[in-house]
Design a protein around this ligand. Structure first.
Ligand SMILES: Cc1cc2nc3c(=O)[nH]c(=O)nc-3n(C[C@H](O)[C@H](O)[C@H](O)COP(=O)(O)OP(=O)(O)OC[C@H]3O[C@@H](n4cnc5c(N)ncnc54)[C@H](O)[C@@H]3O)c2cc1C
Length: 471
């Protein structure tokens, strides 16, 4: 690194990574590992570094054989099929290929850096693991590794503008606590997250129902990287009105609430503020439904719903691992009493439960597979795991949908190059993580965003380091 001091200080690096979540950290560590001088600019102060990644459990989905974490194998074909199916066939085949093809080696890379793993949540068909120390531990470890191999880290330094010279990236302008700075670098990796933390952008792109939603992760992900790339002619891509959300405890903090999600709603029923069911709780594994259910709660139920269980569900040992409420659930020996505690019309809720229970068909209950134990005559149906709500005391949690990240972003190819409106890559500009478009549409297969950030961050870091030779 060299520095020039003047009204605007200028620093010279081979690679500038923008954003200190999984994607930016993976990019900076990889670039430095390739011998490049690298700087990582983080908008947040040190105490708030790590973006959405630090709020996450950071579970990762990747192809693997059966092992000590998962008792069944998950094949690359299954991973590819899940990504394509859950996006309604719209995910970019190129990005899917790169993600599926590189996910396992990227988990090995994280392991080699020191990440320790444990099993993921129950009832996830065996395809995931979790870092023992969660997202916070993952971020802290990667910052230590980055600094250990010489990556310069600058906190409270938001990137504001890209520098372009003769059609090639020449660096960026940022604002540091000491004033404006220029980083002159032949390559920039944008890894600054989606636009979920910008209320204005939520209202403009996601519609009015998303304006007031609970923000689960970082307040700093306000779409900056997307905006500065669009300003130099990058092509927008992906589903700009789509977003990831989770079914969370309605009592969560409005901003940066972290993991307060319910991942066991499929073990009971979900009702709206009128006490009516409005979706098929057992449509698919909950890892493949929680995002669309959260959006249904936001968009169709006015942001207010209630998960209701009986003791057959609540007393199961794995129930507690799939739920992280911020306070105790509400309980009652009668459905009418529960309705009273939740502020729901008692007669309506009692009738919903009665009709549901009558519709439940016999069959073997098995939460680890799509067991086909369903309802007949209920509307909407419950297609799997239909268990009557009959064993008191009944348990309920008020829930809402909390936004996690947005699906729309930049057109990026499998080499993490940002594509210009002309259809050609912008030389020297790379992007990784949430701000990439074209992987997720309408829904999301659980545990794929941290691994996406790591996979494309590494690809971006390696290719950015190579820009020193100006290919
Ligand atoms: C509660 C919660 C639970 C989750 N659980 C999981 C899970 O188990 N598995 C999974 O796969 N995904 C999970 N996710 C989603 C996943 O964590 C994120 O999508 C992923 O980690 C995003 O990584 P990223 O590097 O793209 O962005 P981030 O981690 O958000 O990092 C972006 C960084 O860019 C910085 N930044 C923003 N603007 C600028 C700027 N102008 N200049 C410099 N820096 C800037 C931000 O401060 C931030 O540090 C969860 C998310 C949350 C909130």
């Amino acid at each position: 690194m060299t520095a020039e001091h003047g009204p605007t200080d200028a620093f010279h690096f081979d690679v500038a990574a923008v954003g200190g979540g999984i994607a930016g950290l993976a990019a900076a560590i990889t670039a430095a590992g390739e011998g490049a001088s690298a700087v990582l600019l983080e908008k947040a102060p040190r105490a708030e570094r790590g973006g959405n990644t630090r709020f996450a459990d950071a579970q990762v989905r990747f192809p693997h054989d059966a092992d000590q974490y998962c008792d069944r194998a998950y094949t690359p074909e299954e991973f590819r099929r899940d990504l394509i199916r859950i996006s309604g066939g719209r995910a970019s085949p190129d990005l899917v290929d790169a993600l599926v093809g590189r996910a396992a080696e990227t988990v090995d890379w994280l392991t080699a850096l020191g990440v320790e793993w444990e099993s993921g949540y129950p009832h996830t068909a065996g395809y995931r693991r979790t870092p023992v120390a969660g997202g916070q531990g993952l971020v802290d470890l990667l910052f230590r590794r980055a600094e250990g191999i010489g990556v310069a880290v600058s906190y409270e330094t938001p990137a504001r503008e890209l520098l372009v010279d003769g059609g090639r990236i020449a660096g960026l302008r940022a604002v540091s606590p000491e004033g404006p700075v220029e980083v002159r670098s032949p390559a920039v990796v944008l890894a600054s997250g989606g636009f979920q933390a910008s209320r204005e952008m939520r209202a403009a792109h996601l519609g009015p129902t998303a304006e007031e939603v609970v923000l689960r992760g970082s307040r700093h992900d306000t779409g900056d990287g997307i905006a500065i790339a669009l300003a130099v002619g990058a092509r927008p891509a992906g589903q700009w009105d789509g977003y990831h959300a989770a079914v969370i405890d309605a009592r969560s903090l409005p901003v940066e609430c972290g993991v307060t999600a319910l991942y066991n709603f499929q073990m009971g029923i979900i009702v709206d503020a009128q006490g009516q069911r409005f979706l098929d709780e057992g449509e698919d594994f909950r890892d493949h439904t929680y995002v669309k259910f959260a959006r249904a709660i936001i968009e169709r139920a006015g942001g207010k719903a209630f998960c209701i269980f009986d003791q057959q569900a609540y007393s199961r040992p794995e129930f507690q691992r799939g739920w992280r409420p911020v306070g105790p659930p509400l309980m009652s020996d009668t459905i009418e009493g529960l309705a009273g505690a939740l502020g729901l019309p008692p007669r309506s809720l009692a009738e919903t439960v009665r009709r549901f229970n009558t519709a439940v068909q016999p069959g073997e209950l098995d939460f680890d597979r799509l067991d086909g134990k369903s309802t007949r005559g209920a509307s909407p149906p419950k297609s799997n795991w239909a268990l009557p709500v009959e064993a008191p005391p009944f348990v309920a949690l008020p829930v809402t949908g909390g936004i996690t990240f947005t699906f729309g972003g930049l057109k990026v190819d499998r080499e993490a190059r940002v594509i210009h409106e002309s259809g050609k890559p912008i030389p020297g500009l790379f992007a990784a993580g949430e701000l990439m478009g074209e992987l997720f549409y309408d829904n999301y297969p659980g545990a794929t965003s941290v691994i996406r950030g790591a996979v494309f961050g590494r690809i971006a870091g390696r290719n950015a380091a190579r820009m020193r030779q100006r290919p």
